[in-house]
Design a protein around this ligand. Structure first.
Ligand SMILES: [Mn+2]
Length: 429
């Protein structure tokens, strides 16, 4: 792994918190992700299951975690199954975790090789009353392939059809929504790497540069800082494409006078950051670009303050919408009269600001967590209002990552240039 070792106390604590939510005499199983194929003998880079990583810190394929807090034999309260290496793997793929290394990373004492899994599971499951299985219950997930976890769920329910099955997903969503101190530090590290990438761009971007050249600058900066790369497919969108919310071609030339929307951020140690800036290709915003930029920035700053414990997402979104309405009226994009007469279920601002303001952030970019849960200290949200004026080829979104605390919001991207004047000054250097 490129990242530095993570204190195993994080994973020990996470397992304790998870175990405390289980019904008596319950066993839970978590599987790693598959290495996904591309074509022929090709494969994508391995990406660990966020839940398995959260509970173990194990970042290797073909790993299984079993948690059984009431196991009759104390050594089986937490068990990890790992792929056993051999000479062939050592020659072609390199090092795989030893049992001692897995214990050091996870804090789990009992490690078996994967070949022993079915036998050990049979002996444990015979004693367990409830079996917790993990499914992807992210409300926006669209998954057409069968994950390793999903294959296991089918196999397990077929093999042991009369156990009482329970869902791990709601428990994981609830736990993962509240970040531990170590997790906040890892997200902060991802934000810091993003900052380095962005600052590098401010001295690089000028009329004539191609969007993919900007992408290349970022990946260079991210990788040299121990990141595995972009937290999500980067959006590097000049001119009209700044209004295309998920433009990821990054194939066009940036022209003098264009706005350039950058939704680009690094991951670090499987934790994510998520940043958006909109900067002038030639280093100086036009008066109109600056007016729209500052409107979005005012909404962003006001929305950030509203990320406080006790607030409901739906109420927050409504309040942000009102702020946006005022700004759109000032920009002559909406008329005050029309807004007064609008259908409250289809507010007019959505013509120019058509997405949500915030989402959970963590091991997943759109992290798991319940949307009906009030904001709480320890949650990390993005704050990312935008205004998209297609007829002017002018899209502005500004996005930072905010930690909610009892003492007010903490902006994890507070050091990343955001004021229009600061961005112009840095681009002029
Ligand atoms: Mn975002």
């Amino acid at each position: 792994m490129k990242y530095l070792p993570i204190n195993k106390e994080l994973f020990i604590t996470n397992r304790k918190r998870f175990a405390a939510t289980l019904k008596p005499n319950s066993l839970a199983v978590f599987n790693s992700n598959d290495i996904l194929p591309t074509n022929a003998d090709g494969s994508l880079r391995f990406k660990q299951s966020s839940d398995l990583f959260y509970l173990s810190g194990i970042d290797q394929e073909e790993s299984i975690l079993v948690i059984y807090p009431d196991a009759k034999d104390g050594v089986h309260k937490e068990v990890l199954f790992l792929k056993e290496t051999n000479e062939h793997i050592a020659i072609w793929e390199g090092h795989k975790l030893t049992k001692a290394e897995a214990t050091a990373a996870s804090g789990i004492e009992k490690i078996y090789w994967l070949s022993e899994f079915k036998t050990i599971l049979r002996s444990l499951i015979a004693e367990a009353e409830h079996v917790y299985l993990n499914t992807n219950e992210h409300v926006r997930a669209v998954v057409e392939t069968e994950t390793r976890e999903a294959r296991f769920v089918k196999w397990c329910m077929n093999e042991y059809p009369v156990h009482k099955y329970e869902r791990s997903a709601p428990l994981m969503h609830s736990l993962r929504a509240i970040k531990q101190q170590t997790e906040i530090e890892l997200i902060q590290q991802a934000c810091n790497i993003t900052e380095k990438g962005f600052r590098r761009l401010l001295g690089f971007i000028k009329p004539g540069v191609w969007e993919y050249e900007i992408e290349a600058e970022l990946i260079h900066e991210f990788t040299r800082n121990r990141s595995n790369g972009f937290a999500y497919t980067p959006i590097i969108a000049s001119g009209y494409n700044s209004c295309v919310l998920h433009y990821i071609d990054n194939s066009l030339q940036c022209k003098d006078g264009d706005i350039l929307l950058l939704d680009v951020a690094a991951e670090y140690a499987n934790y994510n950051s998520d940043m958006t800036r909109a900067i002038p290709v030639n280093g100086k915003y036009t008066p109109r670009q600056k007016d729209v930029y500052n409107a979005v920035l005012r909404v962003m700053k006001a929305a950030t303050k509203m990320l406080a414990p006790g607030t409901l997402m739906a109420d927050y979104q409504k309040e942000v919408g009102k702020l946006m309405e005022e700004e759109l009226i000032k920009l002559n994009l909406l008329s005050a009269d029309d807004v007064k007469k609008q259908n409250p279920d289809a507010p007019l601002y959505k013509k120019y600001f058509m997405h949500g303001t915030s989402h959970y952030l963590g091991l997943d970019v759109h992290d798991v967590g319940n949307r009906y849960r009030k904001f709480e200290a320890g949650m990390v949200y993005t704050c990312e209002p935008g205004i998209y004026i297609r007829e002017e080829s002018l899209g502005i979104r500004i996005e930072n990552n905010i930690l909610i605390t009892e003492k007010g919001p903490v902006d994890l991207m507070a050091n990343i240039p955001i004021e229009a004047n600061d961005i112009e000054a840095l681009m002029a250097k």
